[in-house]
Design a protein around this ligand. Structure first.
Ligand code: ADP
Length: 478
């Protein structure tokens, strides 16, 4: 039995702002059958403390970055948790990172230093075999363990999105209680700032990110977000392990959110979902139109500005669009304007809406993701599972999970979607043209849908890889 302490700032279903929560929420159960026992350390936000079925208090800190704190063992939503109850840091309404006014909490430096320090103390005190830290918020756990004098567990740091690095003014450094020598170019210093992520990247025994292609991309300057040098230096211990999705939540044959359950064997039943989706969103019934779904944050990363540039022409050309998401105000405005100009062809719902996301996956013919970078991407995995053909930029995890319908893949009968590169206006135009042509060839389209539905997008394979990584680390440190 390998005992792992997972350290994270969010976990599904208790507190989620992105894919990180999905991963930390799903991995423990996927690892359990592989003889890996995972306990998760999470800050004691109000929603976590409320949901917690409390057990014993395992640790007490008189002063953890400005106030007393305790670590409470317990469980919630089937997850085994250690909750860092530090009211001065976490007892407030808002998201893990932002206050209700939408501004970053001014003490995020201390909030996540506390998480790292508590993790290191617990990992040593309770004798865990491996500490698995997620993103910059947990990266200091690795650093505190690196400077720990006695025996310590092995450490793994996973990068879910390199765009977020946890940079704070250099004046913070003395408060972290780390050796002064670590505030240097070979340590946590980054152009005068303190970089939590850089610290983790330098000192973790193993680094992972959420797809093999992203693992390669981030060692290059154009995708390295300023840390490519560090990542090249550590490339010997860096690997990519794809995320999965919860295939019980995303199960087209038993999905309470869709109009008509279906499967690869009962693909005809899928059509009722398209009808229901169009009805709900006020799209014209036109059965010959290719209906493209988008479920996305509306940001530069997701490349939706490229779609905005041609959505009008595409709508006039006969395509239909079902869009769900929120983000940059100018993008939201742009899509709402497209709805006004092309009623019945373009529909857009702003906000976060889980049931509608399921119906879009079940009812759209294709799902578009023109991402400029994508560490793994979950939306295309859901699309494969629901037989919606993913049309994706050939980056990161999108490159690793979608088989492009090129001639070779089509004649071998293995295509599951459409990839395009580079992620530009012109390449997106070509990709949509290819999609429109394939859509006319119903036999090929159906074959691709069946291929998509057959993919294993669950956590099983990835959990196996994490388990192997933990065991290798344990063996190395034994
Ligand atoms: P991200 O970079 O946002 O984490 P991913 O594709 O990795 O992108 O994961 C996003 C997840 O959130 C997917 O499961 C997607 O279906 C879901 N999602 C994104 N936006 C919305 C929304 N507006 N409503 C419902 N679900 C959404």
């Amino acid at each position: 039995m390998t005992r792992v302490l997972s350290v994270t700032s969010e976990i599904f279903p208790l507190v989620k702002t992105g894919g990180l929560a999905d991963v930390t929420g799903a991995l423990p159960a996927a690892l359990a059958p592989l003889d890996v026992d995972t306990v998760t350390l999470i800050p004691g936000y109000p929603e976590v403390l409320q949901a917690l079925d409390r057990g014993e208090i395992l640790q007490h800190f008189d002063d953890l970055f400005g106030g007393p704190a305790t670590v409470v063992a317990g469980s919630a939503a089937g997850l085994e948790l250690l909750v860092l109850d530090a009211p001065h840091l976490y007892n407030r309404d808002g998201s893990p990172y932002f206050g209700p006014d939408g501004r970053l909490w001014p003490d995020n430096d201390l909030r996540f230093a506390a998480l790292g320090a508590a993790a290191a103390a617990l990992a040593v005190g309770l004798g865990f075999d491996v500490v698995h830290a997620h993103d910059w918020q947990a990266a200091l756990a690795v650093v505190y363990l690196h400077v720990h004098a006695g025996r310590r567990p092995g450490t793994v740091l996973t990068i879910h999105n390199l765009a977020f690095q946890g940079h704070f003014p250099g004046s913070l450094f003395p408060r972290l209680g780390l050796p002064p020598g670590l505030f240097s170019r070979d340590g946590l210093e980054y152009w005068g700032d303190v970089s939590y992520l850089k610290g983790g990247l330098l000192f973790a025994d193993r680094l992972t990110t959420v797809s093999p292609t992203y693992a390669r991309e981030i060692t290059h300057q154009d995708a390295g977000a300023g840390l490519d040098g560090v990542l090249r230096w550590r490339s010997g211990v860096l690997s990519g392990i794809l995320n999965g999705i919860d295939d019980t939540v995303w199960n087209p044959s038993e999905d309470p959110h869709i109009a008509s359950p279906f499967s690869a064997q009962r693909l005809m039943r899928r059509i009722a979902n398209k009808v229901a989706l169009k009805e709900q969103l006020g799209l014209a019934p036109d059965p010959t139109a290719l209906l493209i779904g988008i479920i996305s944050r509306m940001t530069e990363q997701k490349g939706l500005d490229l779609l905005l540039a041609q959505i009008g022409a595409r709508a006039v050309g006969g395509m239909q669009f079902a869009i769900l998401g929120s983000g940059e105000p100018w993008m939201q405005e742009g899509f709402l304007a497209a709805v006004r100009q092309h009623p019945g062809r373009v529909a857009c719902v702003l906000g976060y809406n889980e049931p509608l996301a399921h119906l879009i996956q079940a009812g759209s013919d294709a799902i578009l993701m023109p991402s400029r970078f994508e560490p793994c991407g979950l939306t295309q995995l859901c699309a494969l599972r629901y037989g919606a053909i993913p049309i994706v930029g050939r980056v990161g995890g999108l490159a690793d999970t979608v088989v492009d319908a090129n001639e070779a893949a089509l004649s071998a009968g293995v295509a599951t979607g459409i990839q395009f590169a580079p992620v530009t206006d012109g390449a997106l135009t070509e990709a949509l043209n290819r999609a429109a042509a394939l859509w006319q060839d119903k036999a090929t389209w159906t074959r691709m849908q069946r291929n998509a539905l057959k993919q294993d997008v669950s956590w099983r394979r990835s959990a196996q890889k994490y388990a192997e990584l933990y065991r290798a680390l344990e063996a190395e440190r034994a």
